[in-house]
Design a protein around this ligand. Sequence first.
Ligand code: PEP
Length: 263
Amino acid sequence: MRRLDKLYLGTNTKMYKTIADTCAFLSRLEELTEDIPKEELELFVIPSYTALDAAVRTVKDSKIKIGSQNMGWEDEGQFTGEISPVMLNEIGVDLVMIGHSERRHVMGETDQEEERKAAKALGSGFTALLCIGETLEEKNYGISDEVLRTQLKIGLHSIDGAQARKLWVAYEPVWAIGVNGIPADEHYADEKHWVIKKTLCELFGDETGSDIPVLYGGSVNPGNAELLIRMPNIDGLFIGRSAWEADHFNQIIRAVMPIWKEG
Ligand code: PEP
């Protein structure tokens, strides 16, 4: 698989930052990363819904992209509590995250629902970040590859090759995420990324499939970020806790950029 021409680094702030926290975080991150050319780094932050409008205004004219943590699959309708793509477009959000582990395993979302959301997000002009990953039980049964392939084949069932050009995938094993997570070993992560990339090539053809960025997420920290980014099939990192302080996030960015550049 060829290396992509940008490094992908981002964070999801889950349900932790207020509007004020988000704006302060983004301003500092922007200041710290100002010198990095946007041709080299795809830097993104996915804050809470309430902070999206202020977040988009804060990073205006910078390279930082703003994403939504979820999205409803209709433009409007009887969907109390959902946010529509029209509303996200109105704010000026760049990307939509779909199928985060907590949406799947805490809120009970299914692969079929992720498919509807992925199709709607891409059809509405957003970049879609589809998150996939196996549970510990599935890993122990030895069916991780089958689970990842199933999540991709159902989640992307109605996506065509042209739409796939705005697709990103995050491999986030459920057992690796959050305060009780155990980070995946870089070799295991790379092996799963290879399975994901092969599946994307099967779905969209080699040219388009191999251009879809595949990011690793799950307890990335200053101790394992460099090891992960050295792996040939890992195009970027999707980070939670270790990136929630702009200075800490910047330290990880500075540590991995030169490694990625060495190629
Ligand atoms: C996540 O929730 O997507 C995540 C990667 O979190 P953490 O890095 O904190 O495990």
